[in-house]
Design a protein around this ligand. Sequence first.
Ligand SMILES: CC(C)(COP(=O)(O)OP(=O)(O)OC[C@H]1O[C@@H](n2cnc3c(N)ncnc32)[C@H](O)[C@@H]1OP(=O)(O)O)[C@@H](O)C(=O)NCCC(=O)NCCS
Length: 146
Amino acid sequence: MFELAEDRERLLPLLLLADEDETVVCSYIDEGELFAIRDGDQDIGVLLLTAEGNVVEIKNLALDEEHQGKGLGREAVEFAKRRARELGAERLVVGTADAARDTVAFHEHVGFRRTGIRAGFFDAYPTEIWIDGVKARDMVMFEMEL
Ligand SMILES: CC(C)(COP(=O)(O)OP(=O)(O)OC[C@H]1O[C@@H](n2cnc3c(N)ncnc32)[C@H](O)[C@@H]1OP(=O)(O)O)[C@@H](O)C(=O)NCCC(=O)NCCS
């Protein structure tokens, strides 16, 4: 179900679901390990993991709309935990826009705890990001011990 992707460009539309600025996504699309989340021969989601020292970061996690809310996001986080442990990491981290209330709730629900705020992170984006009528400005950082 989680397949290491060689052709990364093919997954761009899915990566843009979690991070809507194409310039930003393209700046990291070749980093780390990019997994296609597959249902048969169909790409239904993406998971991009990067490693630095003893920390693995979920850089991007997205499922297409049809496959959201069915437990696959939780499965992807479990997969990320296993993979991060294999890579020798001690912590798994992820960041999301403060304005993305659903995504913040999802991360708390699957076991992450807030560790801080990167103030003004989204102010540096080339285009403004609006989520449910709220302008994204800060990035909420989460982590879990592995
Ligand atoms: C965010 C996303 C990855 C979550 O995946 P998902 O498959 O929809 O979530 P799941 O169904 O696995 O939910 C996992 C748990 O979180 C809970 N949860 C999800 N959204 C929630 C919310 N808004 N409030 C409270 N709990 C929530 C679920 O109830 C579920 O709990 P349970 O396992 O105890 O039943 C997915 O919705 C998505 O791809 N969204 C668009 C892209 C995006 O915003 N990505 C995040 C960037 S980091």
